[in-house]
Design a protein. Structure first.
Length: 183
C-alpha cells in the first residue's frame, strides 16, 4: 500500500471549514483537525475523482468495498469532497503568495478556495478507504461574518421597532423578568 498521489483541487465552495490558524475542530478529537468539505461542479470534480480512482485501483482489488472521500449531492449533482489533516495547512492568496498567519482571513461556509495535499489509501479495523490529506489552501474569495451581527443584511420596513429606553411593547424589562420568574 504505497501508492499515493498529490492533488490540487479546482476552485470550489467550502462548507463547514475549520481552517483558522491555531483553531482546529476539537469536537471529536482532542488534538483537533483542520478540515473542510469542498463542493465542486461535476465537470470540475472529474479531475479529483480520476486521481482517487487511480489510487484506489493501485491499492485495492477491483471488487473490494472501499470508502471514498466524496459524496454526490442528490439535489444539485455537485461533488462534496471531505479534506482534513491534523496539521495546520499553509495559506496562499489568490495570486499564489503566502499569507502570513496573522493575516489569514476568516473563512466561513461559502468561501471560494482551492485545496492541495495528498491522496492516501488506508486499511484500519478491516475497513479500506481513500482519504484526502490537507496540506495547503488557496483563498480566492473569503466569506467572513462581516460586521458579525447581520445588521447590514436587512432593509428597513414597517413593523416592530425596539426602543432604546429599556422598555418594549411589554413594558419595562425588569417587569418582564419578574413575570418570567413566577413561572
Amino acid at each position: 500500500m504505497s501508492a499515493k498521489a498529490k492533488f490540487v483541487s479546482p476552485a470550489g465552495t467550502a462548507q463547514y471549514p475549520w481552517l483558522q490558524p491555531g483553531r482546529p475542530d476539537t469536537a471529536f478529537d482532542a488534538e483537533g483537525k483542520y478540515k473542510l468539505s469542498l463542493r465542486l461542479a461535476p465537470n470540475d470534480a472529474k479531475h479529483m475523482t480520476n486521481l482517487i480512482d487511480g489510487v484506489k485501483s493501485e491499492n485495492f482489488g477491483a471488487k473490494d468495498k472501499v470508502h471514498t472521500p466524496f459524496d454526490v449531492d442528490d439535489e444539485t449533482g455537485e461533488y462534496v469532497f471531505k479534506i482534513q489533516s491534523k496539521y495546520q495547512p499553509k495559506y496562499f492568496d489568490a495570486k499564489g503568495n503566502p499569507i502570513p498567519i496573522d493575516q489569514v482571513p476568516t473563512m466561513y461556509s461559502g468561501t471560494e478556495l482551492r485545496a492541495s495535499g495528498q491522496i492516501d489509501a488506508y486499511t484500519a479495523g478491516g475497513k479500506k478507504g481513500i482519504s484526502l490529506r490537507l496540506a495547503a489552501v488557496q483563498v480566492i474569495n473569503p466569506v467572513s461574518s462581516g460586521s458579525g451581527d447581520g445588521a447590514g443584511d436587512f432593509d428597513a420596513v414597517d413593523g416592530y421597532e425596539v426602543t432604546t429606553s429599556g422598555t418594549s411593547d411589554f413594558g419595562p424589562a425588569d417587569d418582564l423578568n419578574d413575570e418570567l420568574e413566577d413561572f
